[in-house]
Each structure stands twice: as C-alpha cells, then as structure tokens.
Design a protein. Structure first.
Length: 129
C-alpha cells in the first residue's frame, strides 16, 4: 500500500533518498501492460467515487498526504460490513420507495396477458416454458 510502514531499513533509506514512483501506467490501453498489480493507487482513486459515503471519505483521507511517519491502522478499521449494514438498517425511511404499480402476468414475451396473441421476437427465438 502507499502509506504502509516500511520495516526494511535499506528500502526505507532508498525511498527517503530517491522517493517512490508509482509503477501504474494510466496511458496504457492494454490492462496487462499497466502494471496495476504492482500499484494500489488506482484502487484508491476508484474508491473515492464509491456510492457509500463512509468508504468514499476514507479513500479521500488515505489518498491525501499523511503528516505522521506511521499511523495506527486501527484508526481506519472502525467500519466493517456488519457495522455499515447495521447503520443503514437502523436509519428511518424518510420517503417510501416507489414500486411498480402493475405486476405483469407474463415476462419476456411482450404480451400484456396470457391470452394476448401479440408476437414477440424473444418468444420466436427462445421458448421459456
């Protein structure tokens, strides 16, 4: 990861002297040639636009410049799938979701009812019974 603590002193000295370059090649069209497996920056970039606000916020925090030498990872592990689901399920519904007003009797056929004789391309190509 980008901000992981480097335990090898030789590697730490090399990075402190030379800096670290990300191996990811964004301009490369072939995914196998992007070196994405050696990089974690593209994952952080994608998570910044995640639909869940907690995940997007954590990704933005991680992508910013850290001011401390090392961080306790427990500070970033407050959220789990269970805690996020529990928080979502405990929210009060402000507006009832819209549902379909009419439940179709048949699907994939284009017919309005089982007695409708209208032809459908899907029904001509495949039989769903």
């Amino acid at each position: 990861m980008i901000h992981r603590e480097i335990r090898d002193s030789a590697t730490r000295k090399k990075i402190e002297m030379d800096g670290a370059n990300d191996p990811f090649k964004m301009e490369q069209e072939d995914p196998m040639e992007t070196n994405a497996i050696e990089s974690s920056l593209w994952e952080i970039s994608m998570l910044q636009s995640h639909y869940h606000p907690n995940i997007a916020t954590l990704a933005k925090i991680i992508s910013e410049q850290f001011t401390k030498q090392s961080y306790n990872m427990e500070d970033f592990l407050d959220h789990s799938y269970g805690s996020m689901l529990e928080a979502e399920n405990s929210k009060e519904i402000k507006k009832i979701p819209v549902i379909e007003f009419r439940i179709p009797k048949v699907i994939f056929t284009g017919k309005e009812s089982e007695t409708d004789t209208k032809e459908c391309l899907i029904e001509k190509l495949w039989r769903f019974s």
